[in-house]
Design a protein around this ligand. Structure first.
Ligand SMILES: Cc1ncc(COP(=O)(O)O)c(C=O)c1O
Length: 313
């Protein structure tokens, strides 16, 4: 990947003439079955540009309480987009009750914000949205004239779990955001995909948000490398997560089971310190999120399990 980055042919992406960025965008659009794509430095910026392209000032979007755009992006939609979020409770599997979603759509009345958009996330905290649920959610949005956005930061993990082409998971959405960092291993980069006119609007918002980079081809080369070399191996991360979850559960830890690359563990007091003493660094907290990725080898899982077992003993 570093070699591909060093060798990348570059231009000025602010003018849309960086050949490597253009190649990545075209490749991703084809792969995902959407008309066109736009590279962003981060997923947060891609999501926010998408929300701002779908919604204007005083509009509203429907979203899960646990969704990244609502909970973990510092309220950007409200702060920078003047967009009102309408958060709804996620069920244990990450889905929303679609009757609740429909009931939350505001009538056309000057008392209310205008409900414009329904945003989903797949995977959501490592859980894959059931395809039937996604179909029903898209049907609801269409019937009620709402636009749809998919935060697919880890959509390739969902596709790997379902053994389905990623294109089928994008189908029917007006816009999709997919991260090239995280499990795919690029140092930066997210693609926002959608129709040409929508992406032209998103390009304006990317500029407003300070995301117009010049020789972005250096990053795009990493993104291309990630798509070409790091997608097929995601199943290894899933197998590692499954082994980690099974090993921790067998040792007596309370875990929520891994569908893709995440394991959540209720952490007894002192676990983080015990792991740290054994050169395993984690973000401390009551509920630990353990994520497998291309820099975590199968041997590492064995080591984490050994150290975690000694903690309980
Ligand atoms: C589901 C989801 N969406 C979006 C983002 C934002 O990505 P970034 O960290 O590149 O801004 C993340 C980051 O972890 C995420 O988990």
């Amino acid at each position: 990947m570093r070699r591909a980055m060093a060798d990348a042919e570059v231009g000025d992406d602010v003018f849309g003439d960086d050949p490597t960025v253009n190649r990545l965008q075209d490749y991703a659009a084809e792969l995902c079955g959407l008309e066109t794509a736009l590279w962003f430095p981060t997923g947060t910026q891609s999501n926010l540009a998408a929300l701002m392209s779908h919604c204007g000032r005083g509009d509203e979007y429907l979203v899960g309480q646990e969704a990244h755009t609502y909970r973990f992006e510092a309220g950007g939609a409200a702060v920078l987009g003047s967009i009102q979020p309408q958060p709804l409770t996620n069920r244990a599997d990450g889905t929303l009750d679609l009757a609740e979603v429909e009931a939350a759509i505001k009538p056309d009345d000057p008392h209310f914000a205008r409900t414009r958009l329904f945003a989903l996330e797949n995977t959501i905290s490592g859980r894959v949205l059931p395809p039937d649920y996604v179909t029903a959610a898209l049907d609801l949005a269409r019937r009620r004239a709402l636009a749809t956005h998919l935060d697919g930061a880890r959509l390739f993990n969902a596709a790997a779990h379902l053994k389905a082409p990623v294109e089928t998971l994008c189908r029917g959405f007006d816009s999709v955001s997919i991260c090239l960092s995280k499990g795919l291993g690029a140092p930066a980069g997210t693609l926002l995909l959608g129709p040409r006119e929508f992406i032209a609007e998103a390009r304006r918002h990317r500029k407003i948000l300070g995301g117009g980079l010049r020789q972005a081809g250096i990053f795009a080369a990493a993104g291309l490398y990630a798509l070409e070399h790091h997608v097929a191996r995601l199943v290894e991360d899933h197998a590692n997560a499954e082994r980690l979850a099974a090993g921790l559960a067998a040792a007596g830890f309370e875990i929520s089971s891994a569908q893709t690359n995440m394991v959540f563990v209720r952490a007894p007091r002192g676990l983080a310190e015990h792991l740290a003493k054994n050169q395993i660094k984690i973000l401390p907290g009551e509920r630990l999120r353990l994520v497998t990725h291309l820099d975590v080898a199968a041997d590492d899982i064995g080591r984490v399990l050994d150290v975690a077992r000694t903690f309980l003993n």
